[in-house]
Ligand binder design. Sequence first.
Ligand code: GUN
Length: 288
Amino acid sequence: MSATIIDGKAIAAELRARIAKQVETLKRDQGITPGLAVVLVGEDPASQIYVRSKGKQTVEAGMQSFEHKLDPDASEEDLLALIRRLNDDPAVHGILVQLPLPNHLDEDLVINTIAPEKDVDGFHISNVGLLGTGQKSMVPCTPLGCLMMLRAHHGSLSGMDAVVIGRSNIVGKPMAQLLLGDSCTVTIAHSRTKDLADVVRRADIVVAAVGRPQMVPGDWIKPGATVIDVGINRIVDDTGTTRLVGDCDFDTCAAIAGAITPVPGGVGPMTIACLLANTLTACCRANG
Ligand code: GUN
């Protein structure tokens, strides 16, 4: 293995420590405690784990955590009423509705009911538009975490060729906008992209966000490129053991890349740290 490991766990720990210090100052000097409300509809096991982890880290940063759990068959009306209540609650500075939602709920309507200034996920259509036009917005947490790791490793990204594999609203599209904002030349690749291997081979930066275990092999990577692996996939390996792997085949990619994020311990910890950063930002903006 030749690649430098970009240690998301360590970078996230530093970020959380900086946030906790700022929260302490905010409490001491202004008597304000940032508050994050997380809404979970249903009992999806993965979502339950994420929500628990978000709540725990929110409290550890000195913020208030408000958890709202709704039944899997909760009505859209009830969910929208809860969001409106949270919009009006001055103790709540950030609101996150855990996705995916059960099929009977309109995800776009739900997200766009969150007050844009409390939309710490950055999914509201106003925030999407602000990001796309380079204006001050709430930036989605996972791509923001990826950008922070890239900046930590490279400093400036200006002029680099970046390929984002995956075109989701949560990761792929906002990631491309952020890289463009840092003056990369950006390609968004997806399931219909022709000659994907050749496209990826041109990239100085590869961000893989497709949700397919070990899809990107090392021989797609340009020697010395930086690989950011957003995938978190559970697989049963040859020995019958269940383990987490990314969208990139770590061993073969690490042999060719200049730097790579591990799974776990790369993008994952950065996502929650960025959620706390966005909550603090929302709180500071709300209090002038
Ligand atoms: N489900 C998977 N990722 C995310 C995320 O970043 N935010 C929300 N709200 N739900 C998710």
